[in-house]
Design a protein. Structure first.
Length: 125
């Protein structure tokens, strides 16, 4: 009887170990945390249309330029919010966020602007 109980206990340990190994093997599929790259931050002047994108509760304020779309940093949203659906010229510090798929392949970049200063809120075409 002791032998049967010992075998069951050993089998339970093997099953538990197998489950842990399978779980650990699938962790890389969850992807890595996307990180801001502020080491390449530079001051830029940008001209574009101020738009709100996304849906509640996760909206983002963006400046859509001719060749790039910049997301406005959370701290500067109040400055830019009154200019929605208007073309403005701003100066700010640009940084980007590298996006990756769950399998580790690059998925592109999101560009951000922070420390924004409004240069012109009514530019002429």
């Amino acid at each position: 009887m002791d032998t049967a109980a010992g075998n069951r206990k050993m089998n339970n340990r093997r099953v538990t170990l197998l489950i842990l190994l399978v779980s650990a093997a699938t962790l890389p599929a969850l992807g890595s945390k996307d990180a801001k790259n502020e080491t390449s931050a530079q001051t830029v002047t940008a001209r574009g249309l101020v738009r709100m994108i996304g849906s509640s509760p996760r909206t983002s304020l963006v400046l859509s330029g001719e060749n790039r779309e910049w997301h406005i940093d959370e701290k500067d949203r109040k400055k830019i919010m009154p200019f929605q659906q208007q073309v403005i010229i701003i100066e700010g510090t640009e940084y980007y966020l590298d996006l990756t798929f769950a399998n580790g392949r690059p998925a592109g970049r999101l560009y951000y602007l922070k420390n924004i200063k409004i240069l012109d809120s009514s530019p002429k075409e």
